[in-house]
Design a protein around this ligand. Structure first.
Ligand code: FMN
Length: 289
């Protein structure tokens, strides 16, 4: 899917930098040409050598040193990129981009590029909730930047709250969706069902089946990666919600039927990958879909 796509991965000075190494590795395994651009602060957390080893390409840390592969000007990376991804993005870099600054290699690339820019913030909850940061995020969204919202959880400070870098799979899914936008399913709208429905027998037990949901989720993700707008109607599974896919969670066959009827109104196609039980306790109405 990402075969030969040129991705500039901007890495900034957050404690979540180590997760960017995993992202760089997965993008490379997916076939992308990944050129990492680190801010000076990022290099205090992880050495450029880590990214160089994982991506087999150069790592740019200084605007005044020519990039290794795209070696014309300091903004040649911005022209070569199919997408610019900043993960993790600090409050500082977000503010600089929102202000239109170009005071390091990464912010210069962002200002110069015509490629889509995906920003995955990571910071302390108070920094994230600060009205200045929120204002900057709103500005960037309004200008067409794609923000991968941070998650909730335990932060490095020990506090609970929003500010954790989004899961790498969510960032990857967003990148695939953005780069797949011009694929052969571009402009199409698909509904996919997945998982195994469960019919309550009593307050404790339910009747279900062994569907894992993996096939439906894989179909939904493949359609997204080829440019489709996807609605995934999912009966219970143990799978995480995929990125950039509208997901509707249901439990019973009846709920599945209602959700399918509602979602397919404007859809081009329905792909049914869910395993549906139509068992109903004697007292309840039967449902068959
Ligand atoms: C240990 C440590 C962890 C930090 N973690 C974050 C962070 O997660 N998010 C953030 O916005 N800033 C964080 N900072 C502050 C940034 O490193 C600082 O604002 C820096 O100037 C960012 O520069 P850059 O945006 O050019 O990378 C941290 C600083 C330290 C010392």
């Amino acid at each position: 899917m990402l075969n030969d796509k040129a991705i500039v991965l901007g890495v900034t000075g957050s404690v979540a930098v180590y997760k960017a190494a995993d992202l760089a590795s997965k993008l490379t395994q997916d076939g992308a040409r990944v050129e990492v651009v680190m801010t000076e602060a990022a290099t205090k957390f992880v050495a450029p050598l880590t990214f160089h080893t994982l991506t087999h390409t150069g790592v740019t840390t200084d605007m005044f040193t020519a990039p290794t592969e795209y070696n014309e000007t300091h903004i040649s990376l911005s022209e070569a990129a199919d997408a610019v991804v900043i993960a993790p993005a600090t409050a500082n870099t977000i503010a600089r981009i929102a202000a239109g600054m170009a005071d390091n290699m990464l912010t210069s690339i962002v200002l110069a590029t015509k490629a889509p820019v995906i920003i995955a913030p990571a910071m302390n909850v108070n920094m994230w909730e600060n009205p200045v940061t929120q204002e900057n995020i709103s500005k960037l969204k309004a200008r067409g930047f794609i923000i991968v919202e941070p998650g909730y959880g335990r932060l490095a400070s020990g506090k609970m709250g929003y500010g954790r870098l989004a899961d790498i799979e969510i960032i990857l899914g967003t990148i695939r969706q953005v780069l797949g936008g011009k694929g052969d399913l571009g402009g199409r709208s698909l509904v996919v069902t997945a998982g195994g429905t469960q019919e309550p027998v009593d307050p404790v037990r339910h009747l279900g089946n062994r569907s894992s949901g993996k096939m439906g989720y894989a179909v939904a993700e493949a359609a997204r990666d080829r440019g489709a707008g996807v609605t995934l109607i999912s009966a219970p599974t143990s799978l995480p919600d995929p990125a950039s896919i509208e997901i509707i969670h249901v439990q019973t066959a009846h709920q599945m039927k209602d959700a399918v009827a509602k979602a397919t109104g404007k859809a081009d196609a329905l792909i049914m990958a869910a395993a549906v039980d139509d068992y109903q306790p004697k007292s309840a109405a039967k449902s068959k879909i």
